[in-house]
Design a binder for this molecule. Sequence first.
Ligand SMILES: Nc1ncnc2c1ncn2[C@@H]1O[C@H](COP(=O)(O)OP(=O)(O)O)[C@@H](O)[C@H]1O
Ligand SMILES: Cc1ncsc1CCOP(=O)(O)O
Ligand SMILES: [Mg+2]
Length: 267
Amino acid sequence: MQDQVNLGALLDAMRGNPPLVQCITNFVAMNIAANVMLAAGASPAMVHAEEEAGEFAAISGALTVNIGTLSPGWLAGMLAAVRSANHAGKPWVLDPVAHYATAFRRKAVAQLLELRPTIIRGNASEIIALTGGNSGGQGVDSRDPVDMAEDSARQLASRHGCVVAVTGATDFVTDGHKAQRVEGGSPLMPRITALGCSLTCLVGAFAATAPGNPFDATVAALAVFAVAGEQAGAAADGPGSFSWRFLDVLATLDAETLTAKARVVVA
Ligand SMILES: Nc1ncnc2c1ncn2[C@@H]1O[C@H](COP(=O)(O)OP(=O)(O)O)[C@@H](O)[C@H]1O
Ligand SMILES: Cc1ncsc1CCOP(=O)(O)O
Ligand SMILES: [Mg+2]
């Protein structure tokens, strides 16, 4: 029997003491991800230079690493930040954007995986490819359903001793032993760039709030996106109005509404 994640309490705890999260994300995501974090109640800082990334990780509550617009200098910054987060015992989240697309990305992700992420968050095509499976991903976009990635997610979680979140129409979270699904969201979400990247940063915020419980932290972040996405999607006329409505709903979502509206089920 799995305990229900106390979503409302985690949201209140995160907002009550807004965590500083070092987000090493891509050029596309930096602005939207920072706005998502601020709307949700966290404190993001986009810091990636090799000269300072390690120092900054030591003073952050959590670190997120996203390879969306990778270059050698950024990779050096990522590795410095991850080593420092590990040294300081801070949780860190890996978003392996399109890691299957090029040799440079594959090698970078292999190096990052060796440094033992606390949580991996990716779309179904990315998670399938991390276990060597045949993924249909095209560039940064998934072309696979989440249920096709569930076995890969369980394998990855067991192999690397981490939590794995696969996102899509219904999200799937596992630590290799237990698993839960998070339903909700909107079909408009994959039509706006960098929402997955923004979610990775929010997973970092909840991981900073509950460093000893990365599974619950991940489910909470995904549930916030699912409820806010569903509400924004119901009122939106298309991707443009979804985008600003999503930020507004995130900012006003309270613990009671999150608890009442979230659909989290044991898998
Ligand atoms: N078809 C869909 N219906 C509802 N929510 C979705 C759908 N596709 C993606 N989402 C949501 O969009 C967010 C980003 O996930 P995803 O699109 O899988 O990431 P990425 O942008 O990295 O590919 C998640 O909160 C996910 O639940
Ligand atoms: C379009 C694009 N190109 C490189 S990174 C990026 C953003 C990907 O964002 P997401 O993975 O959240 O869809
Ligand atoms: Mg992505």
